[in-house]
Write a protein that binds this ligand. Structure first.
Ligand SMILES: Cc1ncc(COP(=O)(O)O)c(C=O)c1O
Length: 346
């Protein structure tokens, strides 16, 4: 918030463009993207990133396999279809990670040009096995779109190892800045293909002209860049490994505390996304009453279940600077009070 009070420089101001270069470098590190990827921050939110990935990669008639095991996988499938692709939805159970063997089976006849997958599925608290799915996509020479909206900055995202052609995120989750920018990275092979007919505002070629060659494209918001830069500087000072560990530790503290008051998480142990915890609502409890009580009595906002999980889970975010053991314990204490429970003696 302090960073956002800096002077309102223009988008081509000589000092401001140096900041843009630094944002690019720091995002490249965070995404673990190769140097020949074009990594930058789109003006917009995670959804803008999704649109930009699809618009720059897809052409009418392309065959896309989209993993759908949650609300955002469904949105990704819808967005790919809007950009003219023929989308086959690989449906998985909400609350479970997709089984790579399922991906292997449907990909075996080589008919897909693109694979699209959400890494951290915010609606279910599940982390999908992107590494394994990416290897299958590579075997079949398919392009890869990865949604890293809830994973970037919180858990390892490895664009180089995945060889992802488009991977996008947001500023407001694992990075811990306000919403308003969508960090994104595009592979060299995608940029050289010149596919799709992206709208002017999302055209990767034109955006590269702005970010790299300093040609006017749009008037990016200076305060948003200041905020993102400050958050990325904090992330760099902390270090990637330490940051991932902090998120893992906060998650473990939450799980232990929930266990002590008799609550459990929806996803199996191996598939849990540290930054977003999907907690099962006990039988007979009104999920929205507890959610309201958490906000009004304890000033803690937790999320409701979406789609088929409405009323069945709460979603507790521990991300960015909020991912601390202290916060995890505070949430558990407030949840115990809201439910009228005390820690079980073990
Ligand atoms: C996995 C995932 N993808 C996409 C989005 C959309 O991001 P935004 O709300 O920033 O547009 C979200 C939002 O929570 C998300 O969790």
């Amino acid at each position: 918030m302090q960073a956002m009070t800096g002077p309102l420089r223009s988008h081509l101001d000589p000092e401001f463009v140096l900041l843009l270069d630094d944002v690019r470098a720091r995002l490249t590190t965070l995404f673990q993207a190769p140097p020949d990827h074009f990594t930058f921050a789109l003006s917009g939110t995670g959804t803008t990133g999704m649109d930009a990935a699809a618009a720059n990669l897809l052409e009418p008639g392309m065959m896309v396999l989209c993993v759908v095991n949650g609300y955002f996988g469904d949105r990704l499938a819808q967005v790919c279809a809007l950009h003219g692709a023929f989308v086959e939805r690989l449906e998985g159970e909400w609350g479970q990670a997709i089984d790579p063997a399922q991906v292997e089976r449907v990909m075996s006849d080589g008919r897909f040009d693109v694979v699209a997958i959400v890494h951290g599925e915010t609606s279910t608290g599940v982390i999908n096995p992107v590494g394994e799915v990416a290897a299958i996509a590579r075997q079949h020479d398919a392009l890869l779109i990865v949604d890293a909206v809830t994973s970037l900055g919180a858990v390892p995202v490895d664009v180089a190892a995945w060889n992802a052609d488009a991977c996008y995120s947001c500023s407001q989750k694992g990075i811990g800045a306000p919403s308003g920018l969508a960090p994104i990275t595009f592979s060299a092979r995608l940029r050289h293909r010149r596919a799709g007919t992206p709208p002017f505002s999302l055209d990767v070629k034109k955006l590269e002209d702005f970010w790299v060659r300093r040609r006017y494209h749009h008037t990016i918001s200076a305060p948003m860049i200041y905020a993102l830069h400050a958050a990325l500087t904090e992330a760099a000072e902390e270090g990637l490994e330490a940051r991932w560990k902090r998120h893992a530790d906060a998650h473990s503290a939450l799980v232990a505390g929930l266990d002590a008051i008799g609550l459990c998480l929806l996803p199996a142990l191996a598939h849990r996304l540290h930054s977003l915890n999907a907690v099962c609502v006990p039988d007979g409890v009104d999920a929205s009453e507890v959610k309201d009580c958490m906000l009004t009595r304890h000033q803690i906002e937790i999320g409701a279940g979406l789609g088929p999980l409405a009323g069945k889970i709460w979603r507790i975010g521990l991300m960015g600077s909020g991912a601390t053991i202290h916060n995890a314990e505070k949430v558990v204490t407030a949840l115990a009070k809201s439910l009228g429970r005390t820690p079980l003696s073990r």
